[in-house]
Structures are given as structure tokens and as C-alpha cells.
Design a protein around this ligand. Structure first.
Ligand code: MRU
Length: 345
């Protein structure tokens, strides 16, 4: 991203308000905990790694004005802050990973003065941002070997620079291939109901000069049948120990379609998205979002008043449909229970 998706700027969090894209490019500031929580909840900042970064920086904002005069009092305040941020969105494990990392950082510096401890926590959040950048670049390099000259890739939702600190996960594979001079093109699923594919992925790929064709989600089968797709690459919000992967609602459909058309289906995600404490995808909490996002998503009502709506924001693709998982540490292949653990050591 020429302008960072999310960053620390003069004691505030500055982020691109993704709800306005592609019509308006606007950076907004969060200077208190509630604003960060709202920004995560309403998808101003979104995508698993970016949510993790928002949670880490949000933790810093939450404790910055603390008047605590002992570590115990400070730790109490910190726990309230992290618990609160943890209620914003349930599925992306990066959020909880980042909150946990901030808590552990505080614990391991409990003997430094509180004023210094706040700075330590800020530094940790900045390290998370730097690591995220490096992880995305490494995912891109590993993923490159899975693409061939002339490939057309299908992607779902947005796992690009907007979903991370700058380069993306699934889109990192495409950016890297493009930068390496490979002639690739992309089909982007629109991604109902909030249109991350059309609003964000198409926008990002066009900015990078990568040929992109937008399709509605229900067109993917036909496009695959026509032989237009060589592989699918998507991101993930949480990957269970057995390789089951939660991602934006509709990803599971893409995986089933890919299998039916004998097209490889790849998941690209940093190891911070792996959740070894969750054995299978059945245990991954799935966020349910408000009916209005389906019935009047962008202002115009498209369903009768009073209709019953069910809106899970994510689904879980079973591991057996995933050809490989691309991480910053390398590529994992089935059986994932062994290969994922092998990657992280
Ligand atoms: O609801 P969102 O927009 O936060 O959902 C985002 C996704 O599902 C992404 O594919 C996932 O977080 C990976 S982002 C690198």
C-alpha cells in the first residue's frame, strides 16, 4: 500500500477507513479505546492481520493514560482493555493472538516503571507491524512457486494490503508474481454482503496494474467450467490444528467448486493465523452480523421489510479441500496436523 493501512501517528492510530472505498479514500484517527473497538466492529479496519494490529495498537491507546502506581493495578487495567477489545470480532484469531502477545509482553516487563512499560508495549505493537510486513513478503515469495506463466487466479474477499500492514497474504502471491514479471490475471469474487472483493480487492489489484475481472459470487462455477481459472488463492481468519480454515463467507463454496473442477485451492496466511488450541474447524467461533448488511447493505433496501435473515460472516473450509497452505515459513501440504506443526517447530 502506498499509504499504510494502519499505523501509529503522534499518539493516535491512523487508518484507512475501508467502509468508504473505493468511492472515497480517507484516513481516520482513533484516539481512544472505544473508537478502535468501533473501527474493528464496523470493518473500517478489517482482515485478520490488520485486526491484530488494530488490537495491539488499541491496547496501547487503552493503557496510555493509565495512572496505575503498581504493576498489579496496571495489569488489572490492561486486562480490562484486552477483554474489551476481544469482544469486537470473534473469528480472526490474530486479534486474540495480538492481545495475548501484548499481555505477555507486559508480564515479562513487570519490574520496569509503569511509564516505561507503556513505551515497551508501544514498541511491541510496532514490532508486530514490522513482522507482519515481513510475513506478507515471505508468503508472496513462497506462493510464487505455485503459479505458472499465464495463470488466472480466483480469489474471494480481500486478503490484500488493506487486510494487513501493507502487502497482503493471498494478494501477496499475486503482487509478487506480477513484480517478478509473470503474466498473471485475477478473477475477484464480489463477496456478498459487504463486497470486500469488488470494493477492495479489485481496487487494490487495479492500483497495482494487475489485470482483474470482477464476478458475482454465484458466477464462479461457470467461470471455472469455462476453463478460465488455474487456481484459487484465498486468505484465512483462523486455521485449526487439522488445517480446517475459516475465511470470509463463501470461501467454502469456492473450495467445493475448485475440487469439482480439479483446480488447486490454496490458503495463504501468516502463522499468527494458526490456532493449535482449536483442534478442528467445528470449534472456530463464527461471527454473525446484522441483518441490515444483507437487506440494505449500501443504503438501498433489497429485501422485504421484516424478512428473517441469517448472516454468518465466515465459513470453514475443511482441510481435505485445501491443496496447500502458504505461510511465511513455507508451504504446508496434507496431512496438515503434521505439516503445520512441522512448519512452526
Ligand atoms: O470480514 P472481513 O473483511 O474482516 O473478512 C476478511 C477475510 O475473510 C480475509 O480473507 C481474511 O481476514 C484474511 S486477510 C489477510
Amino acid at each position: 500500500m502506498p499509504i499504510p493501512t494502519i499505523e501509529w501517528a503522534d499518539g493516535k492510530i491512523r487508518l484507512i477507513d475501508q467502509t468508504l472505498l473505493p468511492n472515497e479514500f480517507k484516513q481516520i484517527y482513533c484516539d481512544d479505546l472505544e473508537t478502535v473497538w468501533e473501527a474493528i466492529k464496523s470493518l473500517r479496519v478489517r482482515g485478520a492481520p490488520a485486526i491484530g494490529i488494530a488490537a495491539a495498537l488499541g491496547t496501547v491507546l487503552g493503557i496510555w493514560k493509565s495512572q496505575a502506581d503498581s504493576y498489579t493495578a496496571f495489569a488489572d487495567e490492561l486486562a480490562k482493555v484486552t477483554d474489551y477489545l476481544g469482544t469486537s470480532r470473534p473469528t480472526a484469531v490474530n486479534l486474540f493472538w495480538a492481545l495475548d502477545r501484548m499481555t505477555k509482553t507486559a508480564e515479562s516487563h513487570q519490574h520496569v516503571p509503569i511509564s516505561q512499560l507503556k513505551q515497551v508495549l508501544l514498541n511491541e505493537a510496532l514490532v508486530i507491524i514490522e513482522e507482519d510486513r515481513a510475513m506478507c513478503r515471505a508468503i508472496g515469495k513462497h506462493g510464487l512457486q505455485l503459479l505458472s506463466e499465464g495463470d488466472t487466479i480466483l480469489t474471494h474477499c480481500n486478503a490484500g494490503g488493506l487486510a494487513t500492514s501493507d502487502y497482503g497474504t493471498a494478494l501477496a502471491v499475486m503482487f509478487t508474481a506480477h513484480e517478478a514479471g509473470k503474466n498473471i490475471s485475477v478473477y475477484a469474487d464480489e463477496t456478498r454482503p459487504l463486497l470486500q472483493g469488488s470494493r477492495l480487492t479489485a481496487w487494490e489489484l487495479m492500483q497495482a496494474g494487475i489485470e482483474v475481472t470482477l464476478i458475482c459470487d454465484n458466477m464462479a462455477a461457470q467461470v471455472m467450467k469455462e476453463g478460465k481459472i488455474q487456481c484459487a488463492v484465498v486468505g484465512a481468519d483462523r486455521i485449526a490444528a487439522n488445517g480446517d480454515a475459516a475465511n470470509k463467507i463463501g470461501t467454502y463454496n469456492v473450495a467445493i467448486l475448485a475440487q469439482a473442477h480439479e483446480i488447486p485451492f490454496y490458503v495463504a496466511a501468516p502463522t499468527s493465523t494458526l490456532d493449535f488450541s482449536t483442534e478442528t474447524g467445528d470449534q472456530i467461533p463464527i461471527e454473525e452480523r446484522s441483518p441490515e448488511e444483507v437487506t440494505e447493505g449500501f443504503g438501498t433496501r433489497t429485501a422485504p421489510e421484516g424478512v428473517k435473515v441469517y448472516s454468518p460472516a465466515f465459513d470453514v473450509t475443511p482441510a481435505h479441500l485445501i491443496t496447500a497452505i502458504i505461510t511465511e515459513k513455507g508451504i504446508a501440504r496434507p496431512p496438515y496436523t503434521l505439516s503445520l506443526k512441522g512448519l512452526v517447530g
